[in-house]
Design a protein around this ligand. Structure first.
Ligand code: HEM
Length: 355
């Protein structure tokens, strides 16, 4: 995806430590702006899909968090949505894409909007780095790279928020635990610290990803080698330039590591809980990939999911039209299997109001 693999490491450090903290705090401001300016307030209920609501909360806020306000994120929200709907076609041979002019149109519009990003905030190191990189590239390449980063960010975060919120409402006793955790965290911590002090919500997010994150991890072999398949007790020979595809999801639903593998067990990832997963199981759980090319945005992604879920719980009344406790988990969108976290095949109807 990147011009050369080294660039990605530069970018990875931007989403860590103090820069991560600054980005997360910028994101909370942008999220509140979206809630204030893009949704109705007051007693009136609005009808929507749950996935649609999650998308509205993310598109503009994450675009502005990453690229700053000079990009006018609101003007490309429709294109981000249209691109997200058909993005899987870009992985197919060309003719499939030609039948989707909307996909090409929205991709071009987003890439154009992101082809020159002004640094309107000296605190935004991500934009400074992008601009350094941009000086070596054509405008079109800059737009395409920025767009790929933006999709990598929202394309997984929105479904993660959807599934996390779905599981919370599906199991009201767990919702209560998280509600209490949010209430006590907000009374004890400064707003800034809130993100670091909710082990049960962290655990619910990890368990949600264990059940839904099914990216294919693609690697190219740099030299001839033998790869030992540990549990199977045999090795395979790989030649230079061979493509290796790993599928961590297979282990995430392996009974040997995760008893009752298809069940949502909210405290598997909570340290010291009765259902705590073994150290080996926690190691093979890899929703963000693994190794040198692990997702560079994973910490920011988790923070965005967390803050959005906290906002949905604290600031919204959300009613499902169907009984939450008996509602079946929607199937995951088939066309997005293997890309990361798939959206649902069909949205869940809700009504909501901002408190
Ligand atoms: C729930 C949220 C997310 C999930 C599940 C996720 C998952 C992944 C996975 C599985 C990969 C491939 C890793 C590998 O090959 O080992 C990846 C790559 C990547 N992710 Fe994420 N991601 C998320 C959020 C984000 C965010 C918020 C950003 C940006 C701020 C981001 C930026 C990227 C980029 C740029 C790559 C490509 C790295 C490369 O090409 O080497 N991701 N992500």
């Amino acid at each position: 995806m990147f011009v050369n693999p080294e660039n990605i490491h530069d970018f990875g450090t931007i989403f860590e430590g103090i820069e991560l903290k600054k980005m997360t705090s910028r994101h909370t401001v942008n999220l509140q702006k979206t809630i204030r300016e893009c949704l109705d307030y007051g007693e009136k209920w609005s009808e929507s899909g749950l996935y649609d609501l999650c998308s509205t909360l993310v598109y503009e806020s994450i675009t502005t968090t990453l690229f700053g306000s000079s990009v006018d994120a609101r003007s490309i929200v429709k294109d981000l949505k249209s691109f997200d709907t058909d993005v899987h076609l870009l992985a197919y041979p060309a003719p499939y894409r030609w039948f989707k002019p909307n996909l090409i149109r929205s991709r071009n519009k987003i890439a154009k909007r992101l082809s020159s990003v002004k640094n309107d905030d000296s605190e935004n190191v991500f934009v400074s780095k992008l601009n350094e990189l941009a000086s070596l590239l054509s405008k079109e390449d800059v737009g395409s790279i920025n767009m790929a980063v933006l999709w990598a960010a929202y394309g997984n975060v929105i479904p993660a928020i959807f599934w996390t919120y779905f599981y919370l409402r599906r199991y009201p006793n767990i919702y209560e635990i998280i509600l209490r955790e949010i209430e006590s965290a907000s009374s004890e911590a400064k707003e800034d610290d809130l993100i670091y002090s909710m082990p049960h919500l962290d655990g619910v997010m990890e368990e949600t990803m264990r059940l839904t994150a099914n990216a294919l991890i693609v690697r190219e072999c740099m030299q001839d080698m033998k790869l030992m398949i540990v549990n199977a007790g045999y090795e395979i020979s790989l030649a230079e330039n061979d493509i290796l595809i790993l599928f961590p999801f297979a282990s995430q639903i392996d009974e040997e590591y995760f008893p009752r593998p298809h069940e949502f067990v909210h405290d598997r990832f909570v340290i010291g809980s009765p259902n705590q997963a073994s150290a080996a199981a926690r190691r093979i759980h890899a929703p963000f990939g693994e190794g040198k090319f692990v997702c560079p945005g994973r910490l920011l992604g988790k923070n965005v999911i967390k803050w959005t879920i906290v906002a949905m719980i604290k600031q919204f009344d959300i009613d499902f039209f169907d009984d939450c406790e008996t509602i079946k988990k929607p199937t995951m969108l088939k066309s997005r299997q293997g890309f990361g976290i798939p959206p649902p095949q069909k949205d869940i109807r809700i009504r909501y109001r901002v408190k």
